[in-house]
Design a protein around this ligand. Structure first.
Ligand code: ATP
Ligand code: MG
Length: 421
């Protein structure tokens, strides 16, 4: 029979990778906890309408990247392509938005894109969202959190911050009008994608990566010239805070982000060390979204961080971060009559020395094959209970990574020995 393979662009995480993920996840979760952020968990499946209303009908995600299907009741459901929509829905539904909130989540997201290095169809994100704080203080706090993540993962020299302001809805409307006029005058130079966006989402043309369009885009009307007083003050305030915190940034007037819900602050952390998939983290302010989804008028700001790209970057820039990943420390083996005896000692070691990983051999076999398994497990110590040891309540203790001879020790001596290492 031919083997069933995983769905294209959806990867398995095997045991050689998962400790790396755990280490990175614990760093990020630790930083978020220290900043007072609380974890949210919400479903992978939501009503399709949530995403089309939230992300925007004419964005890449909603137009062509969503995994949507009808369930058995005929309801249209979608595997979440990003987390903000579900987080906002859950925060409204859970009645969280009558006070400021600092929230985070993590987990898989699904987008039907062309798989390549750093771009998958099931990928993982950390999402961080704040509600009920107008900023720019909390905008700066979010950037400080991301900077702390780079610092702790040893990536600070590889990533740089780009920021921009998208201003208010009214400023964007005026800018949009001028953009449509400008690009219409040069319609012959546009590619198919951009021509299609001209009347649906002209701002996205500015985001085009097509080299042939760069000159045209470079002379297009700039959103910066349409910022109102409030957006200007907000942006200046953010820049001042970042200066004060020593967080370096570059203002990129062409940074618009691919989702419709942003206003005022937008930002991306980019790197040159991952090839084409250079954006590790992106986010911004989305003050209108909560009300748009039926919640109370609530300002909001957040970011998403791609975990695959983050791990690729650590592997490239700071591989030492993954040295000394936890492995088995102690492997118990022996004759079949010693099984209970071994399991009891293993449990005592686990209770008294919880940092150690202790494996009891299962499945029988000769001493030779048991020792082979002990060695392959990576264990440092083998504890062997043969018939003689069983009779004398002892174990043969063998240092699998050293030169020392096997010796016989009782339970208390073994605990003392392991403790001393
Ligand atoms: P890109 O421009 O690379 O497509 P994006 O703007 O679509 O990114 P966001 O929706 O802002 O990305 O998601 C936040 C982060 O999630 C990205 O910065 C990236 O690190 C990660 N990400 C997005 N799409 C994918 C994907 N298909 N595979 C892996 N990581 C992804
Ligand atoms: Mg994308």
């Amino acid at each position: 029979m031919n083997k069933i393979q995983s769905v294209r662009g959806m990867n398995d995480l095997l045991p050689d990778q998962s400790p790396r993920w755990q280490r990175v996840e614990s760093v990020v979760a630790g930083i978020l906890a220290r900043y007072g952020y609380e974890e949210m968990r919400f479903p992978l499946l939501e009503s399709t309408a949530l995403f089309s209303r939230c992300i925007g009908e004419v964005t890449d995600i909603v137009e062509k990247e969503m995994y949507s299907f009808e369930d058995r009741n005929g309801d249209s459901l979608t595997l979440r392509p990003e987390g903000t929509a579900g987080c906002v829905r859950a925060a409204i539904q859970g009645g969280l938005l009558d006070r400021p909130q600092r929230l985070w989540y993590q987990g898989p997201m699904f987008r039907h894109e062309r798989p390549q290095k750093g771009r998958l169809r099931q990928f993982h994100q950390f999402g961080v969202e704040t509600f009920g704080m107008e900023g720019p203080d909390v905008d700066a706090e979010l950037l400080a959190i991301s900077a702390a993540i780079w610092r702790e993962l040893g990536l600070a020299s590889s990533v740089r911050l780009q920021i921009n302001s998208l201003g208010s809805a009214e400023g964007r409307r005026q800018h949009r009008q001028q953009l449509v006029e400008y690009f219409s005058q040069h319609a012959d130079q546009l590619d198919d994608d951009s021509r299609r966006r001209l009347h649906t989402n002209p701002l996205r043309i500015l985001d085009s990566k097509n080299p042939a369009l760069q000159e045209l885009i470079g002379s297009a009307p700039r959103l910066a010239d349409f910022l109102d007083e409030e957006a200007r003050t907000h942006f200046a305030g953010l820049c001042e805070l970042l200066d004060g915190l020593g967080i370096e940034y570059q203002v990129n007037p062409r940074l618009v982000r691919g989702l419709d819900y942003y206003s005022k602050t937008v930002f991306e952390w980019v790197t040159d060390d991952l090839g084409a998939q250079g954006t590790v983290c992106g986010g911004g302010r989305y003050d209108a979204l909560v009300a748009q989804l039926g919640g109370p008028e609530t300002t909001a700001c957040g970011f998403g961080l791609g975990i695959e790209r983050l791990i690729l970057l650590v592997e490239t820039i700071n591989p030492g971060f993954f040295a000394d990943l936890p492995q088995v420390d102690v492997y118990l083996l022996g004759v079949p009559q010693a099984t209970v005896h071994n399991m009891q000692l293993a449990d005592r070691i686990r209770r008294e020395l919880p940092a150690l990983r202790v494996v009891c051999h299962c499945g029988g076999g000769s001493f030779k094959s048991q020792f082979k398994r002990a060695d392959r497990s990576g264990a440092i110590w083998a504890l062997v209970c043969g018939e003689t040891e069983l009779a004398s309540h002892q174990w043969g203790v063998k240092d699998l990574r050293g030169e020392t001879e096997q010796r016989s020790l009782d339970e208390a001596e073994i605990i003392a020995l392991l403790r001393s290492r």
